[in-house]
Design a protein around this ligand. Structure first.
Ligand code: F6P
Length: 366
């Protein structure tokens, strides 16, 4: 091939660590190795719709490898469903027009599950050449072994759990710590394992409050007068889970982020307050998990995936998620992965490890 000259790039969805490393990986490889032009759109798909962009040069890339967030900005705007007052408008035609106006040969969309779906939709309904990269602290993009952002966020949550230990044992308290992860438990399971939590509660295993209460009381009776419970923001009791399923079957829309007084950790606090006399405190890690400098692992994979995306563009290979498989950047057809969420299977090694260590998973028996 070799005649491809211009690549567009955008970051969409929630930010995470490693986005700038990926932008840098794409742009350095494109500019230095192939003498291509790289157009960075501001604020995800919004920039593409509104034709807001930046021609990336070496100056923009300097010093960004170690910085969190994204120099391009991000939003959760979907090209086919842009909010306009009370209604939504399909802006796909605008996206296509701007792509061609800038003479782009390919567009690289960096994002999580929503971004992959939007990218597939563009690929199927337009003549644009699309590739995606998997980023999210949630680690739930299907088709890749890992997403960048995840490793750093696990490190932050692990450190938080470590720090909760000393205050928990000093005060003989139960510390409930809520960990992000949307509807998957990767972050909670990994940081719970690494941080030595006593109870790990994840969305994949709807919990029985009585089982958690029993585990905490038994631990207390055995002389361990403090406990740490790591709970995923998407976790639900069996009862809450059944109610949600029933509501979904009745055609109710998926729930939005819960109000502060109704988050997973607060609901669990309420249950445990009724079932135990233990002194309990609550911590919610929230967006702290998405902030700050990426770990070296995230910098490495984001750089590798970014560079590989450009190699694929140069080869004329489009319509793929550039995934990390067995330690190697690997193109996977977008149709195979978009719209699927990678959750934790009950036979996953991380569940096995938690069980082997005697950590309560919110139920007496799996
Ligand atoms: O997808 C990443 C994530 O941080 C989830 O863990 C969380 O549920 C969500 O984004 C929060 O989104 P927002 O930044 O829009 O509040």
């Amino acid at each position: 091939m070799g005649q491809l000259k211009s690549i567009g790039i955008l970051t969409a969805g929630g930010d995470c660590q490693g986005l700038n490393a990926a932008i840098r990986g794409v742009a350095k490889t494109a500019i230095k190795k192939y003498d291509m032009e790289v157009i960075g759109f501001h604020d995800g798909y919004a920039g593409l719709i509104e034709n807001r962009y930046l021609r990336l040069t070496d100056r923009h890339l300097s010093g960004i490898l170690t910085i969190g967030g994204t120099i391009l900005g991000t939003t959760r705007v979907k090209p086919h469903k842009v909010s306009l007052g009370e209604t939504t408008v399909d802006m796909t035609a605008k996206v296509v027009a701007n792509y061609h106006k800038l003479h782009l040969d390919a567009l690289i969309c960096i994002g999580g599950g929503g971004t992959q779906k939007n990218a597939l939709r563009l690929m199927q309904n337009t003549d644009m050449n699309i590739l995606t990269l998997p980023k999210t602290i949630d680690n739930d993009v299907s088709g890749t072994d890992v997403c960048f952002g995840y490793d750093t966020a696990v490190g932050i949550a692990t450190e938080a759990i470590d720090r909760l230990h000393s205050t928990a044992y000093s005060h003989h308290r139960v510390m409930l710590v809520e960990v992000m992860g949307h509807n998957t438990g990767w972050l909670t399971a990994a940081s719970g394992l690494a941080g030595g939590a006593d109870v790990v509660v994840i969305p994949e295993i709807p919990y029985d409050p009585k089982s958690i209460a029993k585990a905490l009381i038994e631990r207390n009776r055995s002389g361990k007068r403090f406990s740490i419970v790591a709970i995923a923001e998407g976790a639900m009791s069996k009862q809450e889970h059944a109610a949600k399923q029933a509501a979904l079957q009745k055609g109710k829309k998926k729930h939005k982020a819960p109000l502060l007084e109704d988050t997973a950790v607060i609901r669990l606090h309420r249950h445990l307050g009724e079932l135990t006399n233990l002194e309990i405190r609550v911590t919610s890690l929230g967006h702290v998990m998405r902030g700050g400098s990426p770990s070296s692992f995230d910098r490495i994979i984001a750089s590798q995936l970014g560079s590989h995306a450009v190699e694929l563009v140069n080869d004329g290979h489009f319509g793929v998620l550039v995934a990390m498989r067995d330690g190697k950047a690997t193109p996977i057809p977008l149709e195979e992965v978009a719209g699927k969420r990678r959750t934790i299977e009950l036979d996953d090694p991380i569940i096995t490890s938690l069980q082997q260590l005697g950590i309560n998973l919110g139920v007496d028996k799996l």
